[in-house]
Design a protein around this ligand. Structure first.
Ligand code: HPA
Ligand SMILES: [Zn+2]
Length: 329
């Protein structure tokens, strides 16, 4: 079975080593690796930070609007092949402006590719700008201001990078400004950090979804709240395995959370680094956790219900899914 939506996907995490080398040559940059295989051999991570270090270094090759367009278009082609019908992709805008690439250049490249997605690849797509938790709250606020004033079509605001330092409170102003401009809101929490971080982004940032959130499992009252308030979690089991949030895929809490009634969705996070796009993530997770048709169709329906789409598009996605499942729409 294939998931119709992907809601937790970092565009920079789709940068395949072959593209890294192609863009380095095009932009006349030296890389510290000999070839794509040597870079790929480094994809052996011990935790989130060890991944973020390499992910940040590789992104240096993304310089022009065309580079961002090519990256986005390549992901959309791969997502369409994986059966994705609607994608919400995250972009670490500050990581690029921080090294001197203009925000308009980045946003132009990404949004032009997303807008062409229905015609080119047969899927709908939107953009989530993610602010970095290791940077100050004032920097997040300035980025949100720049985004809302830019006029580019942005669907939502997210928060990512390491959870082990700053507090959600530091980002209240940025999230308030985004909300006031009609942006949807999400934040990474409860990946490496404790259940309190999930509560923090719900209470302080008033997010609609939580990215990862798997460590909420350690707090039954929080799980009950997630169920009662139907707060979607965008869960990424293969990412959690590769960043050692879990020791083995069969120990992942996804199935337990689903069975408890949590609105879990399935996602790939950084597929170029973790060895799998959403089709592969679905197959590996289903096999490791012995998920049957019922669990998988619940994950698929949750993904559609959690998507930030117009109701007419949601009905269309549901109708297609039910047709694929062989039932009546
Ligand atoms: O899994 C992640 N967690 C936090 N930040 C990230 N940025 C890319 N992937 C991740
Ligand atoms: Zn993520």
């Amino acid at each position: 079975m294939r998931m119709p939506t992907e809601l937790h996907l970092h565009l920079e995490g789709t940068l395949e080593p072959e593209m890294t080398f192609r863009l380095a040559e095009q932009n006349r940059l030296d890389l510290p690796w000999r070839d794509p295989d040597e870079l790929r051999a480094r994809f052996d991570f011990t935790d989130l930070q060890s991944f973020l270090d390499l992910y940040t270094m590789s992104q240096e090759v993304l310089r022009t609007g065309e580079d961002f367009h090519a990256l986005t278009d390549a992901y959309l082609a791969r997502a369409a092949a994986a059966g994705v019908r609607h994608a919400e992709v995250s972009l670490d805008l500050q990581a690029h402006t921080g090294r001197g690439v203009r925000a308009a250049e980045v946003l132009d490249g990404v949004t032009s590719a997303l807008q062409a997605a229905p015609g080119r690849h047969g899927l709908s797509a939107g953009l989530i700008v993610t602010v970095l938790r290791h940077l100050p709250g004032e920097a997040a606020l300035a980025t949100v201001r720049e985004v809302v004033e830019s006029g580019y079509p942005v669907l939502g605001l997210g928060l990512c990078s390491t959870e082990l330092t700053a507090h959600a409170r530091d980002f209240v102003e940025a999230f308030d400004l985004a909300r006031a401009h009609g942006l949807h809101l999400t934040a990474h929490a409860g990946e490496e950090g404790p259940p309190q971080n999930v509560t923090g982004v719900l209470d302080h940032l008033r997010v609609e979804r939580v990215d990862h959130g798997v460590r909420a499992c350690g707090d039954p009252a929080l799980v009950a709240r997630l169920v009662a308030q139907r707060i979607p979690l965008t869960v990424c089991p293969v990412s959690n395995l590769r960043l050692r949030v879990v020791d083995a895929l069969h120990e992942h809490p996804l199935r337990r959370m689903l069975d408890s009634g949590v609105m879990v969705t399935l996602n790939s996070d950084d597929p170029a680094y973790f060895g799998g796009y959403l089709d592969e993530v679905t197959d590996r997770t289903a096999e490791a956790l012995d998920l049957g048709e019922e669990h998988l169709s619940t994950l698929a329906r949750n993904g559609i219900d959690a998507a930030w789409v117009e109701e007419s598009r949601r009905r269309e996605l549901h109708a297609e899914l039910e047709r694929d499942l062989g039932g009546t729409p």
